[in-house]
Design a protein around this ligand. Structure first.
Ligand code: NDP
Ligand code: MG
Length: 388
């Protein structure tokens, strides 16, 4: 059997490194065709020497020489810059693109991959948040499958497998509730980044970990689900489930609910997306109902964790609103991680941006690029002046 040749965009991150582990474990099925990173060039080089891809791209051009020098004795093409990241996914030797870049930087390479008719294993949720409508149209036009890697969306995708045209009544997106579940606004005032970086059930990159603590991650996932599964926002319900065992569920028109369960381990949805429609055997630990004892559920607190409400609101507005939401959130998280703003000020900043940046209903890629730029500039200025 021919091995599936995978391009991993963002191979040095949490999803990227776990995808490489999956490829090592299933080496008779997959091989690495392309690896990309932004700044961690030494790790990229190490991965390249281990996995021997056809090509690597280092996003930050300042590290090109370093990568090139070390990889010189190897038969590996070396490129640098954002443009190269878009071009490399188009190579005819790439069978699937795993988008594991963080943030809206993942959008352009994904568009290039779709236009080159490459199946997408999608981890980079910000792409669908910013440009869901555009990407959906492009995937339809190019007949390209997008297979979700995000655990909730993978769960829903698995529940929908074999259901063909059966109507979805609602999607039930589960959320761990993050590390501050149950806390009041007054208690969130003084949260430090170290407290926010401790997620109760998942180990992930810094940005998504902060997003999980503010519930923005669930908000982004609501918008991601809307585009992946073509439902209305009223059909997406978020349920807090602290044990993260039920990864999400679908309720059908007959009232029946199908859920997908398992221990929280991103390697499962990563492997499922890469191997779809097959399920490959693994030796990962198994979930045991009797050991777990209890699975619990509660409603999300959207007035304390305003980001989730802001995401629903901007998703319903459509146009460039989710792009404003995403760009302001990226700047807010960065500023929080640099101790420039407090935990609650992240929502203040996003709300201010949504109120200030002009709304555009009809969007093209250029509109989104412009909105993204304008929002970032405004948000950075607002942080400097702290006029939130
Ligand atoms: P990480 O921060 O761990 O990794 C991000 C990767 O993207 C790194 O390889 C990084 O390179 C690269 N990168 C960063 N900025 C840029 C840029 N401007 N251009 C190109 N590449 C860039 O993130 P995660 O792996 O946690 O998350 C990746 C995506 O997957 C996110 O969209 C996240 O929401 C989603 N996701 C993650 C989950 C998880 O468990 N981690 C679960 C579900 C979804 P470098 O390291 O060199 O800086
Ligand atoms: Mg998720």
């Amino acid at each position: 059997m021919n091995k599936k040749r995978i391009a991993i965009l963002g191979s040095t991150g949490s999803i990227g490194t776990q995808a490489l582990e999956v490829i090592s474990e299933q080496s008779e099925r997959f091989e690495v065709e392309v690896l990309t990173a932004q700044n961690q060039w030494e790790l990229l080089v190490k991965q390249a020497i281990q996995y021997n891809p056809n090509a690597v791209v280092i996003g930050n051009e300042a590290f090109y020489k370093g990568v090139k020098n070390v990889l010189d004795p190897h038969d590996i093409k070396v490129f640098a810059g954002a443009k190269a990241m878009c071009e490399v996914v188009e190579m005819h030797t790439v069978d699937m693109v795993l988008t594991a870049i963080v943030g809206s930087a993942g959008l352009l390479p994904t568009i290039h991959a779709v236009k080159a008719k490459k199946p997408i294993a999608l981890a980079n949720k910000e792409t669908l948040v910013v440009a869901g409508e555009l990407i959906s149209a492009l995937t339809l036009e190019n007949k390209v499958p997008i297979i979700p890697v995000d655990s909730e969306h993978s769960a829903i995708f698995q529940c929908l497998t074999g259901e063909y045209d059966n109507a979805i009544e609602k999607l039930i997106l589960t959320s761990s509730g993050g590390p501050f579940r149950g806390k009041k606004i007054s208690e969130l005032q003084k949260i430090t980044k170290n407290e926010a970086l401790k997620h109760p059930t998942w180990t992930m990159g810094q940005k998504i970990t902060i997003d999980s603590a503010t519930l923005m991650n669930k908000g982004l996932e609501v918008i991601e689900a809307k585009w992946l599964f073509d439902v209305d926002f009223d059909q997406i319900e978020v349920v807090v489930h602290p044990q993260s065992i039920i990864h999400s569920a679908v309720q059908f028109a007959d009232g029946s609910i199908k859920a997908q369960l398992g221990l929280p381990d991103m390697k499962l949805p990563i492997q499922y997306a890469m191997a779809y429609p097959e399920r490959l055997p693994t030796a990962y630990p198994r979930f045991d109902f009797t050991e777990m004892g209890q699975l619990t559920f509660e409603k999300p607190d959207m007035s304390t964790f305003r980001n989730l409400q802001l995401a629903y609101d901007s998703g319903r507005m459509g146009g460039n609103a989710p792009c404003i939401l995403n760009a302001s959130n990226e700047i807010a998280v960065q500023a929080f991680l640099q101790d420039k703003i407090g935990f609650l000020q992240m929502s203040d900043l996003i709300e201010t941006c949504l109120k200030t940046i002009p709304f555009e209903k009809n969007i093209m890629l250029e509109t989104l690029t412009e909105t993204d730029k304008e929002t970032r500039l405004f948000a950075e200025k607002a942080i400097k002046n702290l006029k939130l």
